[in-house]
Design a protein around this ligand. Structure first.
Ligand code: HEC
Ligand code: HEC
Length: 208
């Protein structure tokens, strides 16, 4: 993974974080917090002030977060928690201080821009009233598996042909996160029965 040199680290924020993880006793944990699914250039509106702030602040401890992961409400609370962490507070304050002497935190204006940007490109939550079959067995499989890390996504977000690859990526995201948890007894199984889930998503998708 992180074959990073000083030169690469100088101008690439992701490489810089990888370089730091290599040298930290907490690096393995931090590296597994979020999967590496989005590169800075793939962010929506990559040259906007919001995207630049996400790259400046949100790759200091883990891989770049995808704004499509959370809905609006969650982005507000997640960003607040992350700013605490950057300020060395919260339940991991000591860990953060130990490893992150150089961590910088956004000021109030930057924080508002960050939240606004993340919310603009956020996930939309499934409205259960619009999907009565969420209570069938396939619907329950989908809602249990797909609401563990973020709100339950609206099936209309993607087309029927797009969903299988998304579900496959989520299986990889699950496996990625599991490597950090250590204790086998606490792991959720990445062996997911995806057939029912994909069928449910495709039935309600945005189109073919
Ligand atoms: C000082 C280190 C640090 C920085 C900088 C940081 N995070 Fe985090 N982040 C963490 C830690 C530690 C966790 C795991 C514990 C937790 O979820 O609070 C985490 C977890 C996450 C998660 C997964 C958990 C969840 O609730 O979905 C998301 C998403 C996230 N961070 C987004 C962000 C965003 C957005 C920023 C920039 C505004 C950011 N982080 C900056 C330390 C950091
Ligand atoms: C282990 C945590 C985890 C689980 C469980 C999970 N996701 Fe995700 N999801 C993520 C992360 C991390 C992102 C942001 C990175 C990405 O897009 O891969 C994300 C983003 C998304 C997005 C927005 C990105 C896009 O391309 O539209 C959708 C939709 C989504 N997930 C659907 C699902 C579905 C469907 C399931 C159930 C099969 C699921 N997720 C289960 C972690 C998870």
């Amino acid at each position: 993974m992180a074959l990073t040199t000083h030169a690469a680290a100088a101008d690439d924020p992701v490489a810089k974080a990888e370089y730091r993880w290599e040298r930290s006793p907490h690096g393995a944990m931090l590296e597994r917090i979020l999967p590496p699914t989005v590169a800075p250039a793939q962010l929506p509106e990559p040259n906007s002030p919001g995207a630049r702030l996400v790259v400046a602040y949100c790759v200091q401890c883990h891989y770049l977060p995808n704004p499509a992961m959370h809905n609006s409400a969650r982005w507000r609370s997640v960003t607040e928690r992350m700013v605490w962490r950057m300020e060395g507070k919260g339940n991991m304050g000591q860990l953060m201080r130990d490893m992150m002497a150089e961590v910088k935190a956004p000021d109030a204006n930057e924080q508002a821009t960050l939240v606004h940007y993340l919310q603009k490109h956020a996930q939309r939550e499934l409205d259960p009233k619009r999907y009565p079959d969420i209570h069938t067995q396939a619907g329950r499989r989908f809602s249990i598996a797909c609401s563990q890390c973020h709100v339950l996504p609206d099936p209309r977000r993607h087309t029927a042909s797009e969903w299988p690859a998304i579900v496959e990526r989520m299986q990889r995201n699950m496996a990625w996160a599991n490597r950090v948890t250590g204790d086998a007894a606490l792991r959720t199984s990445p062996e997911l029965d995806t057939a029912d889930i994909i069928r449910f998503l495709q039935r309600h998708s945005r189109g073919k």
